[in-house]
Design a protein around this ligand. Structure first.
Ligand SMILES: NC(N)=O
Length: 662
């Protein structure tokens, strides 16, 4: 994009002004909550795990918002722009499956390691230092690449729309986020997530309605259909049936489907953020929240692909639509250019806000995840085993201050050597998917051995990198940024990562099974000196009352609330958790079968290009799905927290009246 639709000042205004405004609002909320509810962010359990007591709606909002990266919005549109409607669909499948499968894994986390805070901690109990360091490495690699990817997506859009200096954007975007995360901890990220999700979905709905009902250039599914037919004549998709953008019979779509699913599995398993959320939620609500979160999140990349990506391709047939260079497309600018063309400056401002919101909420989740890993698995594990709750919170805050600088520097290095967000997306699977089997099996399979866990995660990563480089050399003659991002090359790296991780971890464990006793992880030690719970906070759970898993409360002589909490949660009803595990196992299998087989396979197997009516039906489903997401991620948290919100609003009012009259 040569000219920028907005002045540079708008870029700085949004990045710094809006970022600091959010920080201020979140600080006020955190202060009010610490003052008028029972949760204080000075406790480690509250800071890193939100006292493990959040309700379904707020966890759904957190999951949707933290899983909606700049990459989600931009790359899904790019995929549909380049390979047609199946691109955005497969992007959505890839991410939604991984979130939804956590509903199954989460029951196992609860029943087998409810006292854990991080996934490497559990590896330490099961496999000792080697397992701990291997998993910690996987976690840190994942958080580093994801943070860089999120920042590069945000930077590309901010500088393309406003001309803001790229390196300034990379370092300034995280400033406001780090302030509110450092003060409020995980619960602050959940609350900001819910707010972000509301605006994000509202902006997305605005784009969808403008493109399909109000725009002079598109304005209806029928007109978009007509323009896409022309686009297929002018620049047909190599490997698609009749070169059409409206078919699932697509070779690049099929390759991307596999890549997207592998990458998604690698990302959620290696990202501490998703384990934190599994732990933070009430046992009765965790599984439900993950399933609903995956279902709601699907609507976002699906809409970005089907609306923004396809609109960009359709508009490219018009003479006054600015041509996108291959690097613009790879950097994720297709969708942004489409809304800017359709809505003018208003579209540019909304796109800027949309991407900025997604960057900040996703980055806040990454920051808290990294701070949790560094404070629990480095500081407490290797430097200060008797660290108190307060010390852990202090170290977490230093880590949150450090992470923006570190990830900004890494992203700048990538930028300087010509690596953009799209390239990193393909690299993510290569770098993380070897951890999928070893990490997931750590919580679910007692026979997983130390050799299997370490060789699977670390050996798998080494094999994946070797295969990736070899494939680039074999197909492109040399190893360059460009040859490494070829579709078959990254497919080979992704497949090697998940395959080698799986074969090594399962194979070595079958050879010498560990026969692990889950009581050891159920009795893990927790941080000493936990306290800080008072009563009633935003998103607070009803003590398991609304859940589908029984929690047998026990009374204790001990006055420490954290001790009492553990007494209660340690007596989780394992049988009920097994029922939850089986229920969500079946539900997940059904969801996976529908979105990966029942819908796309017949569509892809048949020599079929969507008819005009069929396409209009898909657009309708897309809109209904977005509204369902609004209900699950915006309305539900408000409905569930209405009493706590009212208490928080009422207490300052009552105390100020009492102060005045006293
Ligand atoms: N969060 C993802 N995979 O977009």
């Amino acid at each position: 994009m040569a000219d920028t639709p907005l002045p540079q000042g708008v870029g700085y205004g949004v990045v710094l002004g809006l970022g600091l405004f959010f920080a201020l609002v979140m600080n006020v909320i955190t202060w009010v909550q610490a003052r008028f509810s029972r949760y204080s962010p000075s406790s480690a359990a509250e800071f890193t795990a939100a006292s493990r007591s959040l309700k379904t709606g707020i966890v759904v909002a957190g999951i949707v918002s933290s899983w909606t990266w700049s990459l989600t919005l931009l790359q899904s549109a790019t995929q549909s722009y380049t390979m047609g409607i199946s691109g955005g669909y497969w992007y959505a499948v890839g991410g939604a499956l991984q979130i939804a499968i956590f509903s199954v894994i989460a029951s196992k986390v609860k029943s087998n390691a409810n006292r854990a805070t991080t996934f490497p901690e559990v590896a330490y109990v099961r496999f000792g230092t080697a397992g701990h360091l291997a998993f910690l490495w996987c976690g840190l690699v994942c958080n580093t690449i994801v943070s860089a990817c999120i920042l590069l997506g945000g930077e590309t859009v901010v500088s393309a729309l406003t001309g803001m200096n790229s390196y300034a954007a990379l370092f300034l975007i995280p400033v406001g986020v780090s302030i509110y995360v450092a003060t409020g901890g995980l619960r602050a990220t959940f609350i900001s997530d819910a707010t972000h999700t509301f605006f994000l979905l509202a902006i997305l709905l605005c784009f969808v309605f403008t493109v399909y009902t109000r725009s002079d250039t598109v304005g209806s599914p029928a007109r978009l259909y007509y323009l896409l037919e022309r686009a297929a004549e002018l620049s047909p998709v190599d490997g698609n049936y009749h070169g059409s953008y409206l078919t699932f019979r697509s070779r690049p779509g099929a390759i991307f489907a596999v890549q997207s699913i592998i990458t998604g599995f690698g990302l959620v398993n290696c990202d501490q953020g998703y384990w934190s959320r599994a732990i933070a939620s009430n046992p009765g609500t965790t599984a439900k929240a993950y399933f609903l979160g995956g279902f709601a999140w699907f609507s976002i990349p699906f809409a970005c692909g089907t609306t923004l990506g396809l609109a960009a391709r359709a508009l490219s047939t018009l003479p006054d639509f600015q041509t996108l260079s291959p690097s613009d497309v790879s950097a994720g600018l297709a969708g942004v250019q489409a809304v800017t063309y359709v809505m003018g400056k208003a579209g540019a401002v909304l796109a800027l806000l949309l991407v900025f919101l997604s960057v900040t909420s996703a980055l806040s989740a990454e920051m808290i995840a990294v701070a949790t890993l560094l404070s629990f698995d480095v500081y407490r594990q290797y430097f200060r085993p008797d660290a108190t709750s307060r010390e852990i919170v202090t170290v977490s805050r230093y880590c949150i201050a450090f992470w923006p600088v570190f990830s900004g520097a890494i992203a700048s290095m990538f930028k300087a050597v010509g690596i953009n967000m799209g390239w990193l997306f393909y690299f993510l699977g290569v770098a993380t998917a070897s951890g999928v089997f070893p990490i997931a099996l750590t919580f679910t399979w007692r026979d997983l051995s130390k050799a299997g866990a370490v060789a699977g995660s670390m050996g798998g990563m080494a094999i994946a990198l070797a295969v990736w480089f070899a494939a680039a050399k074999a197909t492109g003659g040399k190893i360059t940024v460009e040859t490494l991002s070829g579709q078959w090359v990254s497919f080979a790296g992704n497949a090697a990562a998940i395959g080698a991780g799986g074969v090594l971890s399962v194979g070595l464990s079958l050879w010498r099974p560990a026969r692990f006793d889950w009581e050891k992880t159920r009795n893990m030690r927790v941080v000493s000196g936990e306290s800080g719970s008072r009563d009633g906070a935003i998103g607070e759970s009803g003590g398991g009352k609304d859940g589908d898993v029984a929690v047998n409360e026990k009374t204790s002589e001990d006055s420490d609330p954290e001790f009492q909490r553990l007494q209660a949660t340690d007596s989780l009803d394992i049988k009920s958790l097994d029922v939850t595990f089986r229920f969500y196992g079946w539900l997940f299998a059904l969801f996976a079968a529908v979105i990966t087989i029942i819908i796309p396979v017949p569509l892809g197997a048949a020599p079929y290009v969507f008819s005009r009516h069929f396409f209009a039906g898909v657009v309708g489903i897309q809109i209904i799905w977005l509204f369902l997401a609004v209900f699950l991620a915006v309305a539900l948290p408000l409905i569930e927290s209405r009493k706590a919100l009212w208490r928080i609003v009422r207490r300052p009012l009552v105390s100020s009246v009492l102060n005045e009259s006293g």
